[in-house]
Design a protein around this ligand. Structure first.
Ligand code: HEM
Length: 207
């Protein structure tokens, strides 16, 4: 199910960027920042690797039945996805085309994306698998914030249209800024609740 959502997301988002044609980009060009477009495309391509491998990493059956595949795709998630994608986006996020609220929200997301992945990787190397699981769930929640971002964006457009409909620029800045923050904060809160909830009690029947 999650793989289908990711496939649909990538089918909509990637065509504008795989041709490496700056004119096709939906994010406005920054001629003053020559590295902006290459870093934008790099983060999208590495981000796509992160999204696909994240689906494999949180699939319980694969983890249990094929631990070697879990380990290999985990390395691809980190070294072919989150680490290069997170570093690339640090050169893009502070210059967001949708204003300072988005810029701060995306930069915070990029830093947390890298930090949670580093913490998860270190925990696995130290064989602290409980910590590893919790950090990687946080990392995956942040990876998926890009997908839910599109849903929040539509919701905020609808919510803000009555008050800001006469000023399209203000509407875009408000909706995009709110969507950036809501998408990763809510994802992180949901996962935090999930990893911190008390373990379910098992009912043992006494015979
Ligand atoms: C989780 C950390 C991420 C951060 C902080 C981040 C940040 C950003 C930023 C700052 C932009 C440029 C927005 C602008 O200037 O208007 C952007 C665009 C974009 N990002 Fe990410 N991103 C992240 C993850 C991902 C992932 C995992 C993907 C998956 C493919 C992705 C796909 C895209 C796409 C397709 C665009 C272009 C938007 C468009 O064409 O409308 N991002 N991102």
């Amino acid at each position: 199910m999650l793989l289908v959502v990711v496939a649909l997301f990538l089918a909509v988002e990637l065509p504008a960027y795989v041709g490496l044609d700056p004119a096709a980009s939906r994010v406005p060009a920054r001629p003053d920042l020559p590295l902006h477009y290459p870093l934008l495309v790099a983060h999208i391509l590495f981000g796509s690797v992160a999204l696909v491998t994240a689906c494999l990493q949180i699939w319980p059956w694969l983890r249990r039945a094929h631990p070697v595949v879990h380990r290999r795709s985990g390395r691809i998630y980190l070294f072919g996805g989150v680490f290069p994608g997170g570093l690339a986006v640090l050169g893009v996020a502070p210059f967001s085309s949708t204003g300072p609220v988005s810029a701060v929200g995306n930069t915070a997301l990029a830093v947390l994306w890298l930090a949670t992945a580093v913490a998860g990787f270190r925990a696995a190397r130290a064989h602290r698998y409980g910590d590893h699981r919790r950090w990687m769930l946080r990392s995956v929640a942040l990876t998926f914030s890009i997908v839910v971002n599109r849903v929040w964006l539509v919701a905020y457009f609808l919510l803000f249209s009555p008050s800001l409909g006469d000023d399209p620029t203000a509407l875009v800045l408000a909706a995009a800024g709110a969507a950036v923050w809501t998408s990763w904060v809510v994802n992180l809160l949901v996962v935090e609740w999930w990893v911190l909830r008390p373990p379910r009690r098992r009912h043992h029947r006494t015979v």
